[in-house]
Design a protein around this ligand. Structure first.
Ligand code: XMP
Length: 515
């Protein structure tokens, strides 16, 4: 796609915060990309960056095999900002000295400075910053001056204005550095001279032009799941090529209450997409009959989804492209210096296996965006809040929340309980505070009493978590009266459930879904 002005490149030295740096830069209206620290110089030059940021990283510059950038990067003639490990690289590579500090500095510190015009323009002369480092600069590289210090760090902010090199030992990208976004904004706007031209409106315009150029007169197929990513991808493509986009929505019988009705109402009814609804509930239930093992369920659901999707695609006649809602974090994961998780915890079900099988070219209009940007695009394209702000929902759906046997009756029970839980969360105004909320139906029964009668019915567990990216999660602290209302309503309104539990396991050690 045509870039939105010259980008800021974040070189990733293995920091857990690289993505956050890129997001902060984008929040200040400037497009940014994350690339591995050892990206060849010609690739960097080809991107014509307005500036480069060296991220932090867990290494010491003295460690054998410490990640180093191409030394010529300093000769590119664009401003560079080093953060934490990144600023230590300046000292290490440009004639200064880095040593292990007497005191490892971790947590809140206070930066003092009198820089009125450069990186620290309009930053309070004493401001809170967040530190996390063992090494520190002990001797400044020639040409650099100190522009800020903290109690334990004499060179907490440094600059070489004639070479346009700037560095901070603290982390401006985290919330514990309250004026950090302003510091990053000073770098990209005042030092690199970037305009604020990265807006979702400009993204939509460029994306539509790009999709039109790529697709020309051909046809695109999109698997619409009702989730945010596939919904926004479909809307963008539809805006670009109209009816040459065909969407397929598979009802696998494992969806939430009212889901297929909502998707059809929004996309076909309101936005007039060419939506092909496939009711495959019976086929999925047949395949899942007697299956209890979680991995077995996931594999069977994934395989049948591909089969059903392919059949429907054949009915549509020739298509050339398959649309996918791939996001930027998925793209970075595959190139990051830190690598991704090394073992499969769960076989994820998505349409990732489709293009190979179907021999289609991929079109991924969201591959430059972070999740919050996708939501902003969805909002701008007019998608209702119910779609834009919805919690993630796994491809295998209620199949992996119906612990043990998956039957129509148990799924209907689960659907009712889930709908009550979500409704009460929304009513309490808590939906936006929660990353994901779900109900699992457990493979146990318990004794209860309703009216004067003994009952022997199913048990469900509520799960609600907070999270940034689903890699780690914590259980949500509900006000007790919300849990009480949910429990009362489920036991009273859902036939076959007489006991409600609340899951207080974080991730790790638990995963978000139970299977
Ligand atoms: P876990 O259970 O591994 O889930 O902590 C992390 C996040 O991923 C979602 N999830 C899936 N999403 N296909 C998806 O597209 C899947 O097969 C799948 N399984 C889990 C889960 O809901 C949570 O948001």
């Amino acid at each position: 796609m045509q870039p939105a002005g010259r980008p800021i490149i974040v070189l990733d030295f293995g920091a857990q915060y690289s993505k956050l740096i890129a997001r902060r830069v984008r929040e200040s209206g400037v497009f940014s990309l994350i690339l591995p620290y050892n990206t060849p110089l010609e690739n960097l030059r080809a991107l014509n960056p307005a500036g480069i940021i060296f991220s932090g990283g867990p290494s010491s510059v003295h460690a054998p095999g410490a990640p180093l950038p191409d030394p010529e990067v300093f000769g590119l003639g664009v401003p560079v900002l080093g953060i934490c490990y990144g600023v230590q690289l300046f000292a290490h590579m440009l004639g200064g000295k880095v040593e292990r500090s007497d005191r490892r500095e971790y947590g809140i510190a206070h930066l003092e400075h009198s820089d009125s015009d450069g990186l620290l323009y309009q930053i309070d002369s004493r401001t809170q910053v967040w530190m996390s480092h063992g090494d520190a600069i002990s001797s400044m590289p020639p040409g650099f001056v100190t522009i800020g210090k903290t109690e334990n760090c004499p060179h907490a902010a440094i600059a070489n204005p004639s070479l346009n090199l700037y560095g901070v030992q603290f982390h401006p990208e985290v919330v514990h550095t309250p004026q950090g976004s302003k510091i990053l904004s000073n770098f990209v706007h005042r030092i690199c001279g970037c305009a604020s031209d990265w807006t979702m409106g400009s993204f939509i315009e460029r994306s539509i032009a790009d999709i039109r150029a790529t697709v020309a007169e051909k046809r695109v197929l999109c698997g619409l799941s009702g989730g945010v990513d596939s919904s926004v991808a479909a809307m963008l493509i539809h805006k670009a090529i109209g009816d040459r986009l065909a969407c397929v929505f598979v009802n696998n019988g494992l969806l939430r209450k009212g889901e297929h009705e909502l998707v059809q109402k929004v996309f076909r009814g309101h936005f007039h997409l060419d939506l092909h609804y496939v009711d495959a509930e019976d086929r999925f239930l047949t395949v899942l009959s007697g299956v209890r093992d979680p991995e077995d369920k996931r594999k069977k659901i994934g395989a049948l989804f591909i089969e059903v999707f392919e059949e429907e695609a054949k009915r549509l006649g020739h298509v050339d492209f398959l649309a996918q809602g791939t996001l930027y974090p998925d793209v970075i994961e595959s190139v990051s210096a830190t690598g991704g998780p090394s073992c499969t915890i769960k076989s994820h079900h998505n349409v990732g296996g489709l293009p190979d099988i179907m021999n289609l070219a991929l079109i991924e209009p969201l591959r430059e965006l972070f999740k919050d940007e996708v939501r902003a695009v969805g909002k701008e394209l007019g998608l209702p809040d119910e779609i834009v702000w919805r919690h993630p929902f796994p491809g295998p759906g209620l199949g992996v929340r119906c612990i043990g046997a998956v039957t129509k009756e148990r799924l209907d029970t689960l659907r009712e309980a889930d709908a009550i839980f979500i409704e009460e969360i929304k009513r309490a105004g808590l939906y936006g505070d929660i990353w994901q909320a779900l109900v699992c139906l457990l493979p146990v029964r318990s004794v209860g009493v309703q009216g004067d009668e003994r009952t022997y019915e199913e048990v469900c567990a509520l799960r609600a978590v907070t999270s940034q990216d689903a890699m780690t999660a914590d259980w949500f602290r509900f006000p007790p009266d919300v849990l009480q209302r949910v429990s009362n309503r489920i036991c009273n309104e859902v036939k076959h459930i007489n006991r409600v539990l609340y899951d207080v396991t974080s991730k790790p050690p638990g995963t978000i879904e139970w299977e």
